[in-house]
Design a protein around this ligand. Structure first.
Ligand SMILES: NC(=O)C1=CN([C@@H]2O[C@H](COP(=O)(O)OP(=O)(O)OC[C@H]3O[C@@H](n4cnc5c(N)ncnc54)[C@H](O)[C@@H]3O)[C@@H](O)[C@H]2O)C=CC1
Ligand SMILES: CC(C)CCC[C@@H](C)[C@H]1CC[C@H]2C3=C(CC[C@]12C)[C@@]1(C)CCC(=O)C[C@@H]1CC3
Length: 341
């Protein structure tokens, strides 16, 4: 690998996944520029460019001399802000691709999501050839679908721009701002006593290091003759687990009680839908955000696990951290969220 091909940029590098990626890239000898709307840390060897990815000029400054771009930026799914998702995930990604072409970037690796095929019904061992969700579960997913299509369509060997999309699922690990904090907050408010459905639904949760491994592997495999050009790849822990066993392991590890009582899925989903509609109707008067949104209920009560055999075959992917170890490392990293802390 040449010196210039080790110059990369991480868009969204201040975020949870982005920062883990930056740390690994530095360890592997890459020179890294971070482009993000906020700067959340400082690290020797990293140049920060603060800006909005919808701003092409700001992007062009950050992409000077860069040959590889990792796009890991997105508004948080919980924001549920349609206009923001459309602006950042769709128009913004379009701008990112334009800037990459103008700056002479050769490779773009997108962090997509396995949820692009999830419609709230069971998915077991889903492969990449499943159709995109016709009825995506939220605006986040709707715009992740359009984003992935844009990036894959931009793959053009003649023009010298190669693209690939990595679809992780349920990323967890140290510094995750979503999964563990929301879980602990729900437990602290006494709302984690119930299991939605019979508790047998299998789900993929992917330790962050495995996603980082998949991202770097795809970047390093992305060459004109490679089968991965313009394709999407599931990256998971390859160890589907019962959703409620995973939640219980994290909760118990942090000193909280595991959920015990089962509630029928349709009842909880119906209630969540009702609450969500009420929150929409009442939002001009009172700002309340239900914890159990229809999207979270579907994710908590249905099977959704994916095959990563395509990634194994085309790029030799294999998870580097097992689920048990990942859970242990995650629990240890949140001493401030322990029961009684
Ligand atoms: N966390 C998860 O379970 C999963 C995440 N993903 C995808 O992985 C990527 C990273 O997600 P996380 O690290 O979890 O989220 P995060 O919220 O920690 O990081 C996203 C970063 O994007 C930045 N950003 C947002 N809007 C921006 C804009 N307009 N311009 C520049 N930067 C902007 C944020 O400041 C933040 O630092 C996202 O694309 C997400 O869709 C995919 C599957 C699962
Ligand atoms: C209150 C409890 C019933 C659930 C608490 C945990 C949830 C916050 C998480 C369980 C599955 C997670 C998940 C995502 C966000 C956090 C959870 C809902 C994503 C929506 C993040 C973005 C994606 O691309 C897909 C993820 C699927 C799983």
């Amino acid at each position: 690998m040449t010196k210039s091909s080790k110059r990369c940029a991480v868009i969204g590098g201040s975020g949870f996944l982005g920062r883990h990626l930056v740390e690994k890239l530095l360890g592997k000898g890459y020179t890294v520029s971070v482009f993000d709307i906020r700067q959340s840390y400082e690290l020797p060897g990293v140049t920060f460019h603060q800006g909005d990815l919808c701003d092409k000029q700001a992007l062009l400054t950050a992409l000077q001399g860069v040959s590889l771009v990792f796009h890991c930026a997105s508004p948080a799914p919980a924001s549920d802000d349609k206009a923001l998702f459309q602006r950042v995930n769709i128009q913004g990604t379009h701008t990112v691709l334009q800037a990459c072409t103008e700056a002479g970037v050769q490779k773009v690796v997108l962090t997509s999501s396995a949820s692009v095929v999830f419609e709230g019904t069971d998915i077991k061992d889903g492969r990449e050839d499943l159709p995109y969700a016709k009825k995506p579960i939220d605006y986040y997913t709707e715009t992740k679908i359009e984003q992935e299509k844009l990036v894959l369509k931009a793959c053009d060997k003649e023009k010298g721009l190669l693209t690939v999309a990595i679809r992780p699922h349920g990323i967890f690990g140290p510094r995750d701002p979503q999964l563990v904090p929301i879980l602990v907050d729900t437990a602290r408010r006494g709302n984690m006593k119930f299991i939605i459905g019979d508790g047998s639904n299998l789900v993929d949760f992917t330790f962050v290091d495995n996603v980082v491994h998949g991202l770097i592997l795809s970047a390093e495999s992305l060459r004109p003759e490679s089968p991965i050009c313009g394709k999407a790849y599931h990256i998971t822990n390859d160890e589907p687990v019962r959703f409620w066993d995973f939640m219980s392991d994290i909760l118990v590890g942090l000193g909280y009680a595991a959920p015990r009582y089962n509630l029928p899925y349709t009842l909880v989903y119906g209630l969540a839908l009702l609450l969500w509609l009420l929150s929409l109707l009442l939002c001009p008067l009172v700002a309340f955000k239900p914890t159990f949104t229809p999207m979270r209920v579907a994710l908590a009560g249905k099977h959704h696990f994916y095959s990563c055999s395509r990634a194994k075959q085309d790029m030799g992917y294999k998870p580097v951290v097992g689920l048990k170890d990942g859970i242990r490392r995650t629990v240890e990293s949140y001493p401030h969220l322990r029961h009684g802390a």
